[in-house]
Design a protein around this ligand. Structure first.
Ligand SMILES: *Cc1c(COP(=O)(O)O)cnc(C)c1O
Length: 424
């Protein structure tokens, strides 16, 4: 039998990994003279080494050219957001015109709902998952109130039907069908932030449309984690951030998708000058003439310094390719699962569904000892340089990111957790 815990086993898996050199392109924080085993890419991805040059390029250009930097030389600021368009389209499976980098996730969610949540007398309801990320819930609830609608009558929060906050597809399907007459919009996550469950978004979009609803996705935990096909899946809109799996730095400029069939929409929108067609924007006329496609939802000239890291970070994804990243991600979580099953089953339950189609990089680990034991394990891991994150009351999220984590990192997690278990 192979010894899953032997250093040789992890080393062999690392040697066979075609993406192994990407790790060298990251700055990995250190602990006691060694690199951390950093599993927090679901919260803040590590810094790609290439980021600094792009940020410095902007600073240097500003110093040397000032206002001329908008129109001259390499990486001009006027069309700067277009530099990330192609990699973003690749990441979410969209046409170039369907994606734009702008604002922040929650701001984009509001802008999308202004356009796509248009309640009628018959259809007022918004359907989300119970236990959704607070910002999404606040955004949805405040939109309902903005339209003068009482959330307790118009916000449908689908309760999970399986243990540990997991949903069966039948449950989601039933909730959509049961509310078909009154559904105006569905907002669903690509990957649920707490349970780590990934969803069949193509199916949810199809069911939502069949019910006559708009379907939008929050891809905060899915982008750069799972291969996505937003165009083919027919999503109406999607929003996501770039500081998690996309490694673009704290508070990075976010992303937004609007399906091409809405490119020339007559729907209302909150407009700003940067959404005005570039060909006429600087005539400074009084009439808003939106740029067709996602660009038409831009408000302001973008923070170039905030966009600069996304150039370096998204280029890595384009180079590695989402199919190869997904393949490695599955190998990493398989190894993590094997180690937990073989050595940690008494202490830890993996609450994320194990079926490949229902998870990404993240495994949410429920610590059987409860909150105090869980905190103790979490803190013990940190003393060993193993960095996950904590979700109340008893969950540790561990997310091996295929761009920079290796199999040895996963082994280090298991060794540290076994240590803790044996000392109890
Ligand atoms: C991370 C995350 C957010 C964060 O919102 P910001 O506007 O980027 O601060 C929102 N929703 C979900 C589902 C998230 O995972």
């Amino acid at each position: 039998m192979t010894n899953l815990l032997s250093p040789g086993h992890a080393a062999a898996l690392d040697a066979a990994d075609p993406l192994r050199t990407f790790r060298d392109e990251f700055l990995i924080p250190r602990h006691d003279g060694h690199e951390q085993a950093y599993f927090c890419g679901n919260s803040l991805g590590l810094q790609p080494r290439g980021v600094r040059a792009h940020v410095e390029e902007v600073l240097d250009k500003w110093a040397a050219e000032a206002v001329e930097g908008h129109f001259t030389g390499q990486a001009q600021w006027m069309p700067y957001h277009e530099l990330v368009r192609e990699p973003l389209a690749h990441l979410v499976g969209a046409k170039a015109q369907e994606v734009v980098a702008m604002n922040s996730l929650t701001a984009n969610l509001h802008l999308m709902m202004v356009s796509f949540y248009q309640p009628t007398i018959e259809r007022t309801a918004i359907l989300i998952e119970a236990g959704s990320f607070p910002s999404d819930r606040y955004a949805v609830e405040s939109q309902l109130r903005f339209h003068g609608l009482p959330p307790d009558a118009t916000l449908i929060e689908v309760e999970p039907d399986l243990p540990n906050g997991v949903f069966s597809m039948q449950r989601i399907e039933q909730a959509i069908r049961d509310n078909a007459q009154r559904l105006c919009m569905i907002l669903w996550p690509g990957v649920q932030y707490r349970s780590g469950q990934a969803f069949d978004l193509a199916r949810i979009a199809a069911l939502g449309h069949e019910a006559g609803a708009i379907v939008g996705f929050d891809l905060a935990h899915a982008v750069g984690n799972l291969p996505l096909q937003l165009h083919d899946w027919n999503a109406d809109f999607a929003v996501w951030c770039h500081y998690k799996y996309l490694n673009s730095g704290p508070g990075a400029v976010a992303g937004c998708f609007v399906h091409e069939r809405h490119a020339a929409t007559q729907r209302p929108r909150f407009a700003g000058w940067w959404g005005n067609d570039a060909s006429v924007r600087f005539r400074m006329g009084p009439q808003f003439q939106p740029t067709p496609g996602a660009d038409g939802w831009q408000l302001s000239n973008p923070p170039i310094l905030g966009l600069a890291p996304l150039r370096a970070a998204s280029e890595q994804f384009l180079r590695a390719g989402m199919p190869a990243l997904r393949e490695k991600s599955l190998r990493l979580t398989t190894y993590l699962g094997q180690l937990v099953d073989a050595h940690l089953a008494d202490a830890i339950e993996i609450v994320t569904p194990r079926d490949d189609a229902q998870h990404g990089s993240q495994f949410s680990l429920r610590v059987k000892a409860g909150r105090d034991g869980g905190r103790a394990l979490f803190e013990h891991l940190a003393t060993q340089g193993v960095i996950g994150d904590w979700r109340e009351p008893d969950v540790i999220r561990i997310s091996p990111a295929p761009l920079y984590n290796n199999f040895e990192d996963v082994r280090r997690f298991a060794l540290a957790a076994i240590d803790w278990m044996k000392a109890r």
